[in-house]
Design a protein around this ligand. Structure first.
Ligand code: 4NP
Length: 144
C-alpha cells in the first residue's frame, strides 16, 4: 500500500487489508514515495478513524518505498495517480510495472480514481478515505 507520506492513507489501507486476510498467508505493508515521515507513527487523525472502526495502526512506522519492494511484494496498490507515476518511474521491468495498480481500480476499473490526500483537510476527509479504502480492501481480500 503506497501513498505520498505513509502517514495518512497507506497506513489505513495496510491496517484494513490486514484485518481481512490470514496473516500467516498474506504479508501486507505500506510505504510512502516521499521520505519526510520515515520512522514516524501514522497521523493522529488516521489513528483516530482506524480506532473508531476497530483497526489499530499505532504499531506502524513510516517507511519510504524502495525499488527492492518490487521484488518483495506480488502487488503494489497506490492511492492516487501521482503515486502511480512516482512508483512506475522506479520500475525496471515490464513485470514490475504490472505489479502496480491504483487501489480504486478495485471499485472503478479504468477510471483512474484518486483516494484524495486528506493531510491538509479536516477530519471528515479521513472518514471519506476510510470508507473508500474499506470498500476497496474488501474486494482485494475477497479475491486473494
Ligand atoms: P499521505 O498524506 O500521503 O496520505 O500519507 C500525506 C502526508 C504528509 C505529506 C503529504 C501527504 N507531507 O507532505 O508531509
Amino acid at each position: 500500500m503506497v501513498c505520498l507520506g505513509n502517514i495518512c492513507r497507506s497506513p489505513l489501507a495496510e491496517g484494513i487489508l490486514r484485518s481481512k486476510v490470514d496473516p500467516e498467508k498474506v504479508l501486507v505493508e505500506s510505504a510512502g514515495t516521499g521520505g519526510w515521515h520515515v520512522g514516524e507513527q501514522p497521523d493522529p487523525r488516521s489513528i483516530e478513524v482506524g480506532k473508531a472502526n476497530g483497526i489499530d495502526i499505532t504499531y506502524q512506522r513510516g517507511r519510504k518505498f524502495s525499488p527492492y519492494d518490487f521484488e518483495t511484494y506480488d502487488h503494489i496498490f497506490v492511492m492516487d495517480n501521482s503515486n502511480y507515476r512516482d512508483v512506475i518511474k522506479l520500475a525496471r521491468t515490464e513485470e514490475e510495472k504490472h505489479k502496480v495498480s491504483r487501489i480504486m481500480d478495485e471499485l472503478f476499473p479504468g477510471e483512474n480514481v484518486d483516494v484524495p490526500d486528506p493531510y491538509y483537510g479536516g477530519a471528515n476527509g479521513f472518514d471519506n478515505v476510510y470508507s473508500m479504502l474499506e470498500q476497496a480492501c474488501e474486494k482485494i481480500a475477497a479475491r486473494i
